[in-house]
Ligand binder design. Structure first.
Ligand code: GDP
Length: 202
């Protein structure tokens, strides 16, 4: 196993409260329901590690998980809660932006995008903001096992990935790397962990 240990360390309300031991970290961000908790649990071979971040009150926090005692996987709040009051949404934006812009140990953002549907504006906007702020991004497509007809498209995930990539061209100097995953089949798990290891060793 590439992941030998995984432990929840802490939940932080803002960047300045995050762990200060200097370990490199990778932050997961994506629309709510994109499959973030499922992916975390698959990556670390655990059934319920990511449940922590779903407990009421923890959803607006930065959650740190230490992997193999030498790097952090960071679970950030999901965006796109259509029903959240404006104040909650704005608060989320400000503290998440603060984290992205100030966190020195952040190696890359793992931007989760649902690979089973056509590109969504909110995901493209998020990627665009990260790109323009020169924050390293890896796009991680989720649910790539899905083949059934969707309301908005029903295309195979390869096609959704290509469309998304095409629409990102103006946001980044260099097209960000991307990985196709599925928490149902385990597709992309080792590729993602190897990718993280490579970035960490730079
Ligand atoms: P989160 O809100 O981003 O943490 O998303 P969850 O991990 O709770 O997943 C949201 C929904 O998508 C659940 O119903 C999962 O069963 C489903 N889901 C998550 N990952 C996959 C996947 O890789 N394939 C399929 N087919 N469904 C998935």
């Amino acid at each position: 196993h590439l992941v030998k240990s995984a432990e929840f360390v802490k939940s932080s309300p803002k960047e300045s409260d995050c762990p200060k031991d200097g370990l490199p970290e990778f932050a997961l961000v994506g629309r709510s329901n994109v499959g973030k908790s499922s992916l975390i649990n698959v990556l670390v071979n655990r059934k319920e590690l990511a449940q922590t971040s779903k407990k009421p009150g923890k959803t607006q926090l930065i959650n740190h998980y230490r992997i193999n005692r030498n790097w952090y996987l960071v679970d950030l709040p999901g965006y796109g809660f259509a029903k959240a009051p404006t104040a909650v949404r704005t608060g989320w934006n400000e503290f998440t932006k603060g984290y992205f812009l100030n966190r020195k140990t952040l190696v890359a953002v793992l931007l989760l995008v649902d690979g089973s549907i056509t590109p969504q504006k909110i995901d493209l906007d998020c990627a665009d903001w990260l790109g323009r702020n020169k924050i390293p991004v890896t796009v991680v497509f989720t649910k790539c096992d899905r083949r059934k007809k969707q309301k908005n498209g029903g295309k195979p995930s390869e096609e959704n990935v290509r469309d998304f990539e095409k629409q990102l061209q103006d946001s980044f100097d260099q097209c960000p790397p991307w990985i196709m995953t599925s928490s149902t089949t385990g597709q992309g798990k080792d590729e993602l962990l190897h990718h993280v290891a490579r970035l960490r060793d730079y």
